[in-house]
Design a protein around this ligand. Structure first.
Ligand SMILES: NC(=O)c1ccc[n+]([C@@H]2O[C@H](COP(=O)([O-])OP(=O)(O)OC[C@H]3O[C@@H](n4cnc5c(N)ncnc54)[C@H](OP(=O)(O)O)[C@@H]3O)[C@@H](O)[C@H]2O)c1
Length: 121
């Protein structure tokens, strides 16, 4: 992957925390240099106001899926340089019925390791 286009998967992208992370990732450097990052924003709902706002931002692509679905996380991580993972702690222990691993954070951590991407929580 080009060092000038580092794709970052943001889980929780449409939330308060995720949006702040996205804005920081895409902001120019202190010397005005263009951000090296682009963003893949995970959301369950493309039709929400916050998802539509993200879709309108250059260098952001939406990806539909739930962090309870390990398969969706693996697909979302394809081609990514890194990931910012912000799951809901209260549902962390929900077991994904399509995964033997279980747990949203574990889905995400396991997926990131599998794809060799950098991870931030
Ligand atoms: N806000 C703060 O200042 C703050 C500070 C410290 C920690 N936190 C923690 O950070 C987490 C998020 O906080 P927030 O304030 O950003 O929440 P928020 O504004 O309510 O946003 C929740 C986010 O989680 C996503 N989400 C929820 N369930 C999902 C699922 N099953 N699959 C995929 N995405 C899912 C939502 O995406 P969609 O609805 O688009 O799918 C949305 O992006 C919470 O655990 C909170 O306790 C927040």
């Amino acid at each position: 992957m080009s060092q000038s286009n580092k794709l970052i998967l943001v889980i929780g992208a449409t939330g308060v925390q995720g949006r702040a992370v996205i804005d920081a990732l895409l902001a120019p450097g202190p010397d005005g240099t263009t951000s090296p990052y682009s963003v893949r924003a995970l959301t369950r709902n493309f039709d929400s106001r916050s998802a539509k706002e993200l879709a309108a931002i250059k260098k952001v692509e939406l990806f539909q899926g739930s962090f309870t679905d390990a398969g969706a996380i693996y697909r979302a991580l394809e081609g990514c340089y890194g990931a910012f993972v912000n799951t809901d702690g209260s549902t962390e222990e929900i077991v994904d019925t399509r995964s033997t691993k279980g747990g949203n954070a574990r889905n995400s951590r396991g997926g990131c390791r599998g794809f060799g991407v950098r991870i931030g929580f």
